[in-house]
Ligand binder design. Sequence first.
Ligand code: 5AD
Ligand code: SF4
Length: 464
Amino acid sequence: MTTAATNPHRAKKLFIKTWGCQMNVYDSGRMADILAPLGYAMADSPEEADMVILNTCHIREKATEKVFSDLGRLRPLKEAKTGDEPMIVAVAGCVAQAEGEEIAHRAPWVDMVFGPQTYHQLPEMVARAHRQAGRPLVNTDFPVESKFDHLPAEASESNGVQGASAFLSVQEGCDKFCTFCVVPYTRGAEYSRDVAGILAEARRLVGFGAREITLLGQNVNAFHGDGPDGSAWGLGRLIRALAEIDGLDRIRYTTSHPRDVDDELVAAHRDVPQLMPFLHLPVQSGSDRILTAMNRKHDAEAYRRIVDRLRAARPDLALSSDFIVGFPGETDRDFADTLRLVTEIGFAQAYSFKYSARPGTPAAALEDQLPEAVKDERLQALQQLLWAQQAAFNQDMAGKVVPVLLDRPGRRPGQLHGRSPWMQSVHLDAPARLLGTIQPVRITEAKPLSLTGTVMPAAAEEAA
Ligand code: 5AD
Ligand code: SF4
Protein backbone atom coordinates (compact mmCIF):
# COMPACT_ATOMS: atom_id res chain seq x y z
CA MET A 1 0.00 0.00 0.00
CA THR A 2 1.29 3.45 -0.80
CA THR A 3 1.04 6.00 1.92
CA ALA A 4 0.35 9.65 1.41
CA ALA A 5 3.91 10.46 2.38
CA THR A 6 5.58 8.26 -0.24
CA ASN A 7 3.15 8.82 -3.09
CA PRO A 8 3.77 12.20 -4.64
CA HIS A 9 0.55 11.89 -6.62
CA ARG A 10 -1.89 11.40 -3.76
CA ALA A 11 -5.01 13.50 -4.08
CA LYS A 12 -4.29 17.01 -2.93
CA LYS A 13 -6.40 20.10 -3.02
CA LEU A 14 -5.70 23.47 -4.51
CA PHE A 15 -7.50 26.74 -3.86
CA ILE A 16 -6.83 29.77 -6.05
CA LYS A 17 -8.19 33.22 -5.30
CA THR A 18 -8.05 35.57 -8.26
CA TRP A 19 -8.09 39.36 -8.24
CA GLY A 20 -8.02 41.81 -11.09
CA CYS A 21 -8.29 41.43 -14.82
CA GLN A 22 -9.35 38.57 -17.08
CA MET A 23 -5.71 37.84 -17.77
CA ASN A 24 -5.40 36.80 -14.14
CA VAL A 25 -8.47 34.59 -14.49
CA TYR A 26 -6.81 32.94 -17.48
CA ASP A 27 -3.49 32.58 -15.60
CA SER A 28 -5.24 30.98 -12.62
CA GLY A 29 -6.79 28.40 -14.95
CA ARG A 30 -3.40 27.60 -16.40
CA MET A 31 -1.86 27.25 -12.91
CA ALA A 32 -4.54 24.68 -12.12
CA ASP A 33 -3.66 22.87 -15.37
CA ILE A 34 0.02 22.76 -14.45
CA LEU A 35 -0.67 21.49 -10.95
CA ALA A 36 -3.23 18.85 -11.96
CA PRO A 37 -0.54 16.29 -12.99
CA LEU A 38 1.04 16.75 -9.55
CA GLY A 39 -2.19 15.47 -8.02
CA TYR A 40 -3.90 18.77 -7.19
CA ALA A 41 -7.66 18.93 -7.64
CA MET A 42 -9.63 22.11 -7.02
CA ALA A 43 -10.88 22.87 -3.50
CA ASP A 44 -13.94 24.97 -2.74
CA SER A 45 -12.36 26.83 0.15
CA PRO A 46 -8.91 27.55 1.59
CA GLU A 47 -9.85 25.54 4.69
CA GLU A 48 -9.78 22.27 2.77
CA ALA A 49 -6.75 23.10 0.62
CA ASP A 50 -3.19 21.75 0.69
CA MET A 51 -2.07 24.68 -1.42
CA VAL A 52 -3.51 28.18 -1.59
CA ILE A 53 -2.49 30.57 -4.36
CA LEU A 54 -3.45 34.23 -4.18
CA ASN A 55 -3.29 35.49 -7.75
CA THR A 56 -3.02 39.21 -7.23
CA CYS A 57 -3.53 42.55 -8.93
CA HIS A 58 -1.38 45.63 -8.43
CA ILE A 59 -3.23 48.12 -10.58
CA ARG A 60 -4.68 50.13 -7.70
CA GLU A 61 -3.73 50.51 -4.07
CA LYS A 62 -6.52 48.71 -2.29
CA ALA A 63 -5.80 45.44 -4.06
CA THR A 64 -2.36 45.20 -2.43
CA GLU A 65 -3.67 45.78 1.07
CA LYS A 66 -6.36 43.16 0.52
CA VAL A 67 -3.65 40.63 -0.30
CA PHE A 68 -1.93 41.30 3.00
CA SER A 69 -5.17 40.99 4.93
CA ASP A 70 -5.93 37.69 3.17
CA LEU A 71 -2.46 36.47 4.05
CA GLY A 72 -3.16 37.40 7.65
CA ARG A 73 -6.25 35.17 7.60
CA LEU A 74 -4.40 32.28 5.97
CA ARG A 75 -1.62 32.16 8.53
CA PRO A 76 -3.60 30.49 11.35
CA LEU A 77 -5.06 28.06 8.80
CA LYS A 78 -1.58 27.04 7.75
CA GLU A 79 -0.42 26.74 11.34
CA ALA A 80 -3.44 24.65 12.31
CA LYS A 81 -2.92 22.28 9.40
CA THR A 82 -1.66 18.92 10.60
CA GLY A 83 -0.58 16.07 8.39
CA ASP A 84 2.52 14.89 6.64
CA GLU A 85 2.94 17.92 4.43
CA PRO A 86 2.39 21.50 5.53
CA MET A 87 0.02 23.72 3.62
CA ILE A 88 1.72 25.67 0.83
CA VAL A 89 0.78 29.34 0.61
CA ALA A 90 1.77 31.17 -2.55
CA VAL A 91 1.39 34.72 -3.78
CA ALA A 92 1.26 35.04 -7.56
CA GLY A 93 0.46 37.78 -10.05
CA CYS A 94 1.37 41.43 -10.22
CA VAL A 95 1.65 42.22 -6.49
CA ALA A 96 4.07 39.31 -6.25
CA GLN A 97 6.05 40.70 -9.18
CA ALA A 98 6.15 44.24 -7.87
CA GLU A 99 6.48 43.59 -4.16
CA GLY A 100 8.13 40.18 -3.88
CA GLU A 101 10.66 41.32 -1.31
CA GLU A 102 8.07 43.26 0.69
CA ILE A 103 5.91 40.12 0.93
CA ALA A 104 8.91 38.04 1.96
CA HIS A 105 9.61 40.60 4.65
CA ARG A 106 6.05 41.18 5.93
CA ALA A 107 4.86 37.58 5.61
CA PRO A 108 7.95 35.38 5.89
CA TRP A 109 5.79 32.31 6.54
CA VAL A 110 4.57 32.41 2.93
CA ASP A 111 6.14 29.60 0.88
CA MET A 112 6.33 30.98 -2.64
CA VAL A 113 6.12 34.33 -4.36
CA PHE A 114 6.13 34.30 -8.15
CA GLY A 115 5.27 36.70 -10.93
CA PRO A 116 3.06 36.32 -14.00
CA GLN A 117 5.90 35.18 -16.26
CA THR A 118 7.22 32.29 -14.19
CA TYR A 119 4.23 30.18 -13.26
CA HIS A 120 5.14 27.53 -15.82
CA GLN A 121 7.96 26.70 -13.36
CA LEU A 122 5.40 25.81 -10.65
CA PRO A 123 6.35 22.09 -10.44
CA GLU A 124 9.99 22.95 -9.60
CA MET A 125 8.87 25.71 -7.25
CA VAL A 126 6.55 23.34 -5.38
CA ALA A 127 9.36 20.80 -4.99
CA ARG A 128 11.68 23.48 -3.66
CA ALA A 129 9.04 25.09 -1.44
CA HIS A 130 8.91 21.92 0.65
CA ARG A 131 12.61 22.21 1.38
CA GLN A 132 12.67 25.96 1.91
CA ALA A 133 12.27 26.98 5.53
CA GLY A 134 11.84 30.35 7.16
CA ARG A 135 11.72 32.44 3.98
CA PRO A 136 9.59 32.37 0.86
CA LEU A 137 10.98 31.28 -2.45
CA VAL A 138 10.83 34.48 -4.51
CA ASN A 139 10.74 34.00 -8.27
CA THR A 140 10.09 37.27 -10.03
CA ASP A 141 12.40 36.88 -13.03
CA PHE A 142 11.43 37.59 -16.55
CA PRO A 143 12.72 34.34 -18.03
CA VAL A 144 14.05 34.33 -21.58
CA GLU A 145 11.80 31.43 -22.48
CA SER A 146 8.10 32.13 -22.84
CA LYS A 147 5.78 30.39 -20.42
CA PHE A 148 3.45 29.68 -23.35
CA ASP A 149 6.05 27.24 -24.74
CA HIS A 150 6.12 25.39 -21.43
CA LEU A 151 2.47 25.17 -20.46
CA PRO A 152 0.74 21.81 -20.87
CA ALA A 153 -0.57 21.38 -24.42
CA GLU A 154 -3.45 19.24 -23.25
CA ALA A 155 -5.17 21.78 -21.08
CA SER A 156 -7.88 20.53 -18.81
CA GLU A 157 -11.36 21.96 -18.84
CA SER A 158 -10.36 24.45 -16.18
CA ASN A 159 -8.51 26.32 -18.89
CA GLY A 160 -10.77 29.30 -19.09
CA VAL A 161 -13.84 27.47 -20.29
CA GLN A 162 -16.67 28.68 -18.11
CA GLY A 163 -19.79 27.43 -19.73
CA ALA A 164 -19.85 28.47 -23.35
CA SER A 165 -17.43 31.35 -23.03
CA ALA A 166 -13.64 31.07 -22.79
CA PHE A 167 -10.61 33.31 -22.47
CA LEU A 168 -7.53 32.89 -24.63
CA SER A 169 -4.40 34.85 -23.87
CA VAL A 170 -2.67 35.94 -27.10
CA GLN A 171 -0.52 38.86 -26.04
CA GLU A 172 1.01 39.96 -22.81
CA GLY A 173 2.93 42.85 -21.37
CA CYS A 174 3.05 46.42 -22.53
CA ASP A 175 5.59 48.82 -24.00
CA LYS A 176 3.36 51.90 -23.81
CA PHE A 177 4.42 53.16 -20.38
CA CYS A 178 1.41 55.26 -19.53
CA THR A 179 2.74 57.29 -16.62
CA PHE A 180 0.13 56.03 -14.11
CA CYS A 181 0.42 52.34 -14.85
CA VAL A 182 2.39 49.47 -13.29
CA VAL A 183 1.71 46.95 -16.05
CA PRO A 184 4.91 47.51 -18.06
CA TYR A 185 6.84 46.80 -14.86
CA THR A 186 4.80 43.87 -13.53
CA ARG A 187 3.94 42.07 -16.76
CA GLY A 188 7.06 43.05 -18.65
CA ALA A 189 7.70 43.85 -22.30
CA GLU A 190 5.14 43.28 -25.00
CA TYR A 191 5.05 39.70 -26.23
CA SER A 192 2.80 37.99 -28.76
CA ARG A 193 2.23 34.24 -28.97
CA ASP A 194 2.62 32.58 -32.32
CA VAL A 195 -0.46 32.11 -34.45
CA ALA A 196 -0.29 28.30 -34.73
CA GLY A 197 -0.33 27.88 -30.93
CA ILE A 198 -3.27 30.26 -30.60
CA LEU A 199 -5.33 28.53 -33.30
CA ALA A 200 -4.61 25.13 -31.73
CA GLU A 201 -5.72 26.36 -28.31
CA ALA A 202 -8.84 27.95 -29.81
CA ARG A 203 -9.79 24.63 -31.48
CA ARG A 204 -9.28 22.85 -28.17
CA LEU A 205 -11.49 25.34 -26.34
CA VAL A 206 -14.23 24.91 -28.96
CA GLY A 207 -13.82 21.13 -28.53
CA PHE A 208 -14.50 21.64 -24.81
CA GLY A 209 -17.73 23.44 -25.65
CA ALA A 210 -16.74 27.10 -25.98
CA ARG A 211 -18.91 29.01 -28.45
CA GLU A 212 -17.33 32.34 -27.64
CA ILE A 213 -13.65 33.19 -27.19
CA THR A 214 -12.34 36.44 -25.76
CA LEU A 215 -8.78 37.11 -26.86
CA LEU A 216 -6.81 38.59 -23.99
CA GLY A 217 -3.84 40.88 -23.83
CA GLN A 218 -2.80 43.92 -21.81
CA ASN A 219 -2.49 45.61 -25.15
CA VAL A 220 -4.22 43.00 -27.27
CA ASN A 221 -4.42 44.98 -30.49
CA ALA A 222 -0.66 45.47 -30.45
CA PHE A 223 -0.64 41.74 -31.27
CA HIS A 224 1.98 40.84 -33.87
CA GLY A 225 2.43 37.08 -33.56
CA ASP A 226 4.45 34.97 -35.99
CA GLY A 227 2.14 33.51 -38.60
CA PRO A 228 2.55 30.06 -40.17
CA ASP A 229 4.00 31.81 -43.25
CA GLY A 230 6.77 33.42 -41.18
CA SER A 231 5.32 36.93 -41.38
CA ALA A 232 3.97 38.81 -38.38
CA TRP A 233 0.17 38.77 -38.19
CA GLY A 234 -1.84 41.61 -36.71
CA LEU A 235 -4.96 41.11 -34.61
CA GLY A 236 -7.31 41.66 -37.56
CA ARG A 237 -5.73 38.83 -39.50
CA LEU A 238 -5.78 36.55 -36.46
CA ILE A 239 -9.49 37.25 -35.98
CA ARG A 240 -10.19 36.29 -39.61
CA ALA A 241 -8.36 32.98 -39.13
CA LEU A 242 -10.23 32.27 -35.88
CA ALA A 243 -13.54 32.99 -37.60
CA GLU A 244 -12.92 29.95 -39.80
CA ILE A 245 -13.07 27.56 -36.85
CA ASP A 246 -16.33 25.62 -37.02
CA GLY A 247 -18.45 26.10 -33.94
CA LEU A 248 -16.76 29.33 -32.84
CA ASP A 249 -19.65 31.76 -33.12
CA ARG A 250 -18.43 34.75 -31.18
CA ILE A 251 -15.06 36.46 -30.97
CA ARG A 252 -14.13 39.34 -28.67
CA TYR A 253 -10.87 40.94 -27.62
CA THR A 254 -9.76 43.04 -24.67
CA THR A 255 -8.01 45.31 -23.64
CA SER A 256 -7.11 47.47 -26.57
CA HIS A 257 -5.26 50.75 -27.01
CA PRO A 258 -6.52 53.46 -29.38
CA ARG A 259 -3.08 53.84 -30.93
CA ASP A 260 -3.10 50.23 -32.15
CA VAL A 261 -6.43 50.29 -33.97
CA ASP A 262 -5.14 49.72 -37.51
CA ASP A 263 -7.01 49.47 -40.83
CA GLU A 264 -6.87 45.67 -40.76
CA LEU A 265 -8.64 45.60 -37.41
CA VAL A 266 -11.27 48.10 -38.51
CA ALA A 267 -11.84 45.95 -41.63
CA ALA A 268 -12.28 42.87 -39.41
CA HIS A 269 -15.08 44.69 -37.58
CA ARG A 270 -16.66 45.34 -40.98
CA ASP A 271 -16.21 41.86 -42.49
CA VAL A 272 -16.25 39.27 -39.72
CA PRO A 273 -19.76 38.68 -38.39
CA GLN A 274 -18.42 36.56 -35.51
CA LEU A 275 -16.54 39.58 -34.18
CA MET A 276 -19.03 40.99 -31.69
CA PRO A 277 -20.14 44.63 -31.94
CA PHE A 278 -18.84 45.61 -28.54
CA LEU A 279 -15.40 47.06 -27.94
CA HIS A 280 -13.56 48.03 -24.77
CA LEU A 281 -11.35 50.88 -25.94
CA PRO A 282 -10.03 52.82 -22.93
CA VAL A 283 -9.53 56.56 -23.37
CA GLN A 284 -8.76 57.43 -19.68
CA SER A 285 -9.37 61.18 -20.10
CA GLY A 286 -10.91 63.66 -22.52
CA SER A 287 -8.34 66.38 -21.87
CA ASP A 288 -5.42 66.70 -24.27
CA ARG A 289 -3.24 68.13 -21.53
CA ILE A 290 -3.89 65.16 -19.27
CA LEU A 291 -3.61 62.65 -22.11
CA THR A 292 -0.14 64.05 -22.81
CA ALA A 293 0.80 63.91 -19.12
CA MET A 294 -0.43 60.31 -19.08
CA ASN A 295 1.76 59.52 -22.09
CA ARG A 296 -1.23 58.03 -23.91
CA LYS A 297 0.28 59.04 -27.26
CA HIS A 298 -2.98 60.35 -28.72
CA ASP A 299 -5.31 63.28 -28.14
CA ALA A 300 -9.09 63.40 -27.67
CA GLU A 301 -9.69 64.22 -31.32
CA ALA A 302 -7.72 61.15 -32.43
CA TYR A 303 -9.95 59.02 -30.21
CA ARG A 304 -13.08 60.54 -31.76
CA ARG A 305 -11.73 59.79 -35.24
CA ILE A 306 -10.93 56.17 -34.36
CA VAL A 307 -14.44 55.70 -32.98
CA ASP A 308 -15.88 57.23 -36.18
CA ARG A 309 -13.90 54.77 -38.33
CA LEU A 310 -15.01 51.82 -36.22
CA ARG A 311 -18.65 52.91 -36.26
CA ALA A 312 -18.54 53.43 -40.03
CA ALA A 313 -17.26 49.85 -40.35
CA ARG A 314 -19.75 48.37 -37.88
CA PRO A 315 -22.68 50.74 -37.29
CA ASP A 316 -24.09 48.76 -34.34
CA LEU A 317 -20.77 48.86 -32.47
CA ALA A 318 -21.11 49.78 -28.79
CA LEU A 319 -18.18 51.13 -26.83
CA SER A 320 -16.82 50.75 -23.38
CA SER A 321 -13.91 52.56 -21.76
CA ASP A 322 -11.79 53.03 -18.67
CA PHE A 323 -11.44 56.48 -17.11
CA ILE A 324 -9.12 57.87 -14.48
CA VAL A 325 -10.22 60.98 -12.58
CA GLY A 326 -7.95 63.11 -10.45
CA PHE A 327 -4.73 62.47 -12.33
CA PRO A 328 -2.04 64.81 -10.94
CA GLY A 329 -2.64 68.36 -12.17
CA GLU A 330 -6.16 67.68 -13.51
CA THR A 331 -8.12 70.93 -13.39
CA ASP A 332 -11.88 71.49 -13.44
CA ARG A 333 -11.47 72.38 -17.08
CA ASP A 334 -9.63 69.13 -17.87
CA PHE A 335 -12.36 67.20 -16.11
CA ALA A 336 -15.02 69.10 -18.06
CA ASP A 337 -13.26 67.94 -21.26
CA THR A 338 -13.66 64.35 -20.07
CA LEU A 339 -17.38 64.84 -19.44
CA ARG A 340 -17.72 66.43 -22.89
CA LEU A 341 -15.99 63.50 -24.60
CA VAL A 342 -18.24 61.04 -22.77
CA THR A 343 -21.31 62.98 -23.83
CA GLU A 344 -20.17 63.10 -27.44
CA ILE A 345 -19.14 59.46 -27.79
CA GLY A 346 -21.84 57.76 -25.72
CA PHE A 347 -20.63 54.65 -23.90
CA ALA A 348 -22.63 51.46 -23.38
CA GLN A 349 -20.56 50.63 -20.35
CA ALA A 350 -17.47 51.94 -18.56
CA TYR A 351 -15.15 51.61 -15.61
CA SER A 352 -13.96 54.71 -13.83
CA PHE A 353 -11.33 55.00 -11.16
CA LYS A 354 -9.81 57.58 -8.89
CA TYR A 355 -6.17 58.05 -9.73
CA SER A 356 -4.02 56.01 -7.37
CA ALA A 357 -0.31 56.78 -7.15
CA ARG A 358 1.60 53.57 -7.80
CA PRO A 359 5.13 53.34 -6.47
CA GLY A 360 7.76 53.46 -9.19
CA THR A 361 5.52 55.00 -11.86
CA PRO A 362 6.39 58.46 -13.22
CA ALA A 363 3.04 60.04 -12.29
CA ALA A 364 3.51 59.08 -8.64
CA ALA A 365 6.45 61.48 -8.53
CA LEU A 366 4.45 64.45 -9.88
CA GLU A 367 3.96 67.25 -7.43
CA ASP A 368 0.40 68.35 -8.01
CA GLN A 369 -1.37 65.28 -6.57
CA LEU A 370 -5.05 66.06 -5.97
CA PRO A 371 -6.93 65.83 -2.67
CA GLU A 372 -9.12 62.75 -2.19
CA ALA A 373 -12.22 64.93 -1.88
CA VAL A 374 -11.73 66.35 -5.38
CA LYS A 375 -11.24 62.88 -6.79
CA ASP A 376 -14.39 61.66 -5.00
CA GLU A 377 -16.46 64.48 -6.36
CA ARG A 378 -15.27 64.01 -9.93
CA LEU A 379 -15.70 60.26 -9.78
CA GLN A 380 -19.29 60.70 -8.68
CA ALA A 381 -20.07 63.18 -11.43
CA LEU A 382 -18.48 61.00 -14.11
CA GLN A 383 -20.16 57.83 -12.89
CA GLN A 384 -23.53 59.51 -12.86
CA LEU A 385 -23.14 60.41 -16.52
CA LEU A 386 -21.81 56.96 -17.46
CA TRP A 387 -24.59 55.19 -15.56
CA ALA A 388 -27.20 57.27 -17.34
CA GLN A 389 -25.65 56.32 -20.68
CA GLN A 390 -25.55 52.65 -19.76
CA ALA A 391 -29.17 52.73 -18.58
CA ALA A 392 -30.25 54.42 -21.82
CA PHE A 393 -28.30 51.90 -23.91
CA ASN A 394 -29.99 49.01 -22.10
CA GLN A 395 -33.40 50.66 -22.28
CA ASP A 396 -33.03 50.86 -26.03
CA MET A 397 -33.10 47.03 -26.16
CA ALA A 398 -36.63 46.78 -24.72
CA GLY A 399 -38.97 45.02 -27.14
CA LYS A 400 -36.17 43.99 -29.52
CA VAL A 401 -35.18 40.45 -30.44
CA VAL A 402 -31.47 39.84 -29.93
CA PRO A 403 -29.29 36.74 -30.28
CA VAL A 404 -28.29 35.62 -26.80
CA LEU A 405 -25.54 33.13 -25.95
CA LEU A 406 -26.85 31.12 -23.01
CA ASP A 407 -23.61 30.71 -21.11
CA ARG A 408 -24.50 29.54 -17.63
CA PRO A 409 -27.29 28.53 -15.27
CA GLY A 410 -29.28 31.38 -13.77
CA ARG A 411 -29.81 32.22 -10.14
CA ARG A 412 -32.94 30.11 -9.73
CA PRO A 413 -33.80 26.64 -11.08
CA GLY A 414 -35.37 26.93 -14.53
CA GLN A 415 -33.45 30.12 -15.24
CA LEU A 416 -30.49 30.66 -17.53
CA HIS A 417 -28.05 33.51 -17.89
CA GLY A 418 -26.93 34.76 -21.26
CA ARG A 419 -25.08 37.53 -23.04
CA SER A 420 -26.26 39.76 -25.82
CA PRO A 421 -23.76 40.66 -28.57
CA TRP A 422 -23.18 43.89 -26.59
CA MET A 423 -22.13 42.03 -23.41
CA GLN A 424 -25.37 42.78 -21.61
CA SER A 425 -26.43 40.16 -19.05
CA VAL A 426 -29.76 38.62 -20.01
CA HIS A 427 -31.84 36.66 -17.50
CA LEU A 428 -34.51 34.32 -18.79
CA ASP A 429 -36.58 31.23 -18.05
CA ALA A 430 -35.36 28.45 -20.31
CA PRO A 431 -34.63 24.73 -20.12
CA ALA A 432 -31.08 23.71 -19.20
CA ARG A 433 -30.73 21.91 -22.53
CA LEU A 434 -30.43 25.28 -24.23
CA LEU A 435 -27.18 25.98 -22.34
CA GLY A 436 -24.33 26.64 -24.74
CA THR A 437 -26.63 27.64 -27.60
CA ILE A 438 -27.40 31.01 -29.14
CA GLN A 439 -31.13 31.79 -29.16
CA PRO A 440 -33.22 34.67 -30.41
CA VAL A 441 -34.55 36.35 -27.28
CA ARG A 442 -37.20 39.05 -27.02
CA ILE A 443 -36.20 41.59 -24.39
CA THR A 444 -39.18 42.10 -22.11
CA GLU A 445 -37.58 44.27 -19.47
CA ALA A 446 -34.53 46.51 -19.53
CA LYS A 447 -32.93 47.45 -16.24
CA PRO A 448 -29.90 49.71 -15.85
CA LEU A 449 -27.55 46.76 -15.33
CA SER A 450 -29.25 43.81 -17.01
CA LEU A 451 -32.01 42.64 -19.32
CA THR A 452 -34.81 40.13 -18.93
CA GLY A 453 -36.18 38.25 -21.92
CA THR A 454 -37.99 35.23 -23.32
CA VAL A 455 -36.73 32.78 -25.90
CA MET A 456 -38.71 33.18 -29.13
CA PRO A 457 -41.39 30.48 -29.41
CA ALA A 458 -39.99 28.78 -32.54
CA ALA A 459 -36.63 28.14 -30.91
CA ALA A 460 -38.21 27.07 -27.64
CA GLU A 461 -40.50 24.53 -29.44
CA GLU A 462 -37.66 23.19 -31.56
CA ALA A 463 -35.65 22.52 -28.45
CA ALA A 464 -38.55 20.91 -26.59
N1 5AD B 1 -4.85 54.67 -10.82
C1 5AD B 1 -6.14 54.54 -11.18
N2 5AD B 1 -6.53 53.75 -12.19
C2 5AD B 1 -5.58 53.07 -12.86
N3 5AD B 1 -5.67 52.23 -13.89
C3 5AD B 1 -4.42 51.81 -14.19
N4 5AD B 1 -3.54 52.35 -13.37
C4 5AD B 1 -4.23 53.17 -12.53
C5 5AD B 1 -3.87 54.01 -11.46
N5 5AD B 1 -2.60 54.17 -11.09
C6 5AD B 1 -6.92 51.93 -14.58
C7 5AD B 1 -6.86 52.41 -16.04
C8 5AD B 1 -6.72 51.11 -16.78
C9 5AD B 1 -7.47 50.16 -15.90
C10 5AD B 1 -7.18 48.72 -16.12
O1 5AD B 1 -7.11 50.54 -14.60
O2 5AD B 1 -8.06 53.05 -16.34
O3 5AD B 1 -7.25 51.18 -18.09
FE1 SF4 C 1 -0.93 50.31 -18.64
FE2 SF4 C 1 -1.01 52.11 -20.63
FE3 SF4 C 1 0.04 49.68 -21.07
FE4 SF4 C 1 -2.60 49.95 -20.72
S1 SF4 C 1 -1.41 50.81 -22.41
S2 SF4 C 1 -1.27 48.40 -19.76
S3 SF4 C 1 -2.70 51.60 -19.22
S4 SF4 C 1 0.85 51.24 -19.69
